[in-house]
Ligand binder design. Structure first.
Ligand SMILES: [Zn+2]
Length: 352
């Protein structure tokens, strides 16, 4: 277990055990301590129960999903006086009961509020450490929240992301050979992107959530694009992400590219993070990070990118654009890329 970056939610609780004077020779449990630890670097939360014993013990554990109990047997040490209900309670742990076993052993029965997956607990012994005045002890770690995959989510908490589905309403954008309209793809993908970002703790503002012109159906192109920029400004967005798909007269053209306008170094960083994540995820042609004079990326004051996700003019990629599998994976890659950007750029999360 990593202790770096941990903040203690609750003060360590010490349950003192009544030790009878004559018990010195016997191996006994001397105390049971517990704490709840939040690890900010990976989002995990661990409840740690430490059972101090006078001399070495053996430990075994068994989890029963039908009863939602984790049983920990400590052989070689008696409970030391206190049995019954112990004062340990968390969101996940309903109750802990101590029992004396028939042989020289103790049992802890940990009743849980919900199922405990195999990778969500650890039971192990630690040898005494006289230098640090630590006795032999049994450690029970129970994850109330499992660690998040590296790099995910930490950077997105509380960030405001403007998501702009390209085109819409009177403007279909590019149209594929099989009739797919860019405006429909960008809206579908952007709604999924919104949901995924919200799930990671970001606040998302959309320029549109329906098939409409953002300004009005007879607006000039400039007014339509400025209306999108204005929404980002009003929302005080941290970043602006415009979703498009590419088109070319050459049907065989395909691939992924991310455009930015170099207002600050952050524009390029954001573009690189998202493009790298997308090209790691797909075997499509990497058309790279590109600078361009696009209205929304140039006029949005915050770091802004315009994604060209595959080519709607390429029949194979048009098919991809309509597949749920492809859309979901694109969304996951964009979310990871944005998260990487915030982790790198704003110190939003510690990287291991
Ligand atoms: Zn477009």
């Amino acid at each position: 277990m990593r202790l770096k970056g941990i903040c203690f939610l609750l003060a360590v609780f010490l349950a003192a055990f009544n030790l009878s004077a004559g018990a010195a020779a016997k191996n006994e449990i001397t105390s049971i301590r517990w704490s709840v630890q939040d690890n900010s670097s990976d989002g995990s939360r661990v409840v740690r129960i430490v059972v101090d014993v006078k001399s070495p013990v053996k430990v075994s554990s068994a989890y029963d999903d039908s009863k939602k109990t984790l049983t920990v047997d400590i052989s070689g040490a008696l409970p030391g006086g206190n049995t019954g209900k112990l004062p340990i309670k968390t969101d996940k742990i309903k109750q802990v009961t101590g029992q004396k076993m028939s042989s020289a052993g103790s049992r802890l029965i940990i009743s849980l509020a919900s199922s405990l997956p195999k990778d969500a607990y650890k039971v192990f012994v630690l040898k005494n450490d006289p230098a640090n005045k630590k006795p032999d002890r049994v450690v029970i770690d129970i994850f109330e929240r499992l660690p998040q995959p590296a790099g995910a989510s930490a950077g997105l908490k509380g960030k405001v992301v403007l998501v702009d589905p390209g085109h819409g309403g009177s403007d279909p954008g590019a149209v594929g050979l099989n009739g797919t309209k860019e405006k429909d793809f960008t809206l579908k993908l952007s709604l999924k992107l919104r949901d995924a970002l919200v799930k990671e703790g970001a606040k998302v503002v959309m320029t549109r959530t329906r098939d409409i012109d953002v300004h009005s159906s007879n607006a000039t192109a400039k007014d339509e694009l400025q209306a999108r920029v204005d929404i980002g400004i009003k929302a005080k967005a941290d970043i602006f992400v415009s979703v498009h798909s590419n088109a070319s007269v050459k049907r065989e053209q395909g691939g992924l590219s991310t455009y930015y306008y170099a207002k600050t170094h952050s524009d390029a960083l954001l573009a690189e993070s998202v493009q790298n994540s997308l090209t790691r995820g797909f075997a499509l042609d990497n058309k790279g990070v590109r600078q361009a004079d696009f209205y929304v990326t140039k006029r949005s004051p915050m770091p802004a990118i315009l994604l060209e996700i595959a080519f709607i003019s390429n029949p194979a990629e048009e098919k991809l654009l309509n597949s749920n599998w492809f859309q979901n994976k694109v969304v996951a890659c964009i979310v990871q890329g944005i998260s990487d950007y915030f982790n790198k750029n704003s110190g939003g999360g510690e990287k291991k």
